[in-house]
Design a protein around this ligand. Structure first.
Ligand SMILES: Cc1cc2nc3c(=O)[nH]c(=O)nc-3n(C[C@H](O)[C@H](O)[C@H](O)COP(=O)(O)O)c2cc1C
Length: 188
């Protein structure tokens, strides 16, 4: 039995009816007992400005502190213009600086990309992986989660209604638990 892992979930969309937020909430609800997901908001973070490295805005410091405390990070993101939405990239940049004081280093992570489109935000998923290499975050490789046709997956209350997606996401979460456990020493 794994110990309980504290996971920060970052949603790449800021809109209220976001499909990605619905997915993050569904994952939080269906996660195994050994995985505690908290959706940490990124919409209020100031735009990263290197001039402020010596005196970071309080919101940036609080965000970094929360990430540092976590055992792992789950990214749930749409694709904007075949890449990572600016809000999520900004959160990544905020958490990474000043140089040598990144909150991300060594944190195991996983990515779920969600889109109404057919290719499930593949482009954002893989652009994000490029940053994760530089940030030294071990990113789960399999299963890959490109969730397409997402406008058909939730009911009006935001419940995930697709049995096949639910079953796939259960496997994804189980693999994530193993991934976090496997990389836990590095994260400590
Ligand atoms: C600025 C912008 C760019 C977008 N670019 C893409 C894209 O490259 N690929 C894609 O599949 N969908 C794209 N979309 C459509 C989004 O996938 C769709 O709006 C989705 O619902 C956004 O995620 P959300 O529901 O979590 O907000 C774009 C939407 C916006 C607003």
């Amino acid at each position: 039995m794994s110990e309980v892992r504290d996971v920060v979930a970052l949603v790449g969309s800021l809109r209220k009816e976001s499909l990605n937020r619905k997915m993050a909430m569904a994952l939080r609800a269906m996660a195994p007992q050994s995985l505690k997901l908290e959706i940490v908001e990124i919409g209020g973070l100031p735009l990263y400005n290197q001039d402020l490295d010596a005196t970071p805005p309080p919101a940036a410091t609080a965000f970094k502190d929360r990430v540092r405390k976590a055992d792992a990070v789950l990214f749930v993101t749409p694709e904007y213009n075949r890449s990572v939405p600016g809000a999520l990239k900004n959160a990544i940049d905020v958490g990474s600086r000043p140089k040598g004081d990144s909150a991300w280093s060594g944190k195991p992570c996983a990515i779920v990309s969600v889109s109404p489109g057919a290719i499930g935000a593949f482009g954002a998923n893989h652009h994000l992986r490029q940053s994760l290499v530089f940030l030294d975050m071990p990113a789960m490789q399999q299963p890959e989660a490109y969730i397409g046709g997402a406008d058909k997956l939730f009911d009006a209350q935001g419940n995930l209604t697709s049995d096949s997606t639910r079953s796939f996401m259960n496997k994804f979460l189980a693999a994530f638990v193993t991934w976090i456990d496997h990389n836990a020493v590095h994260a400590a």
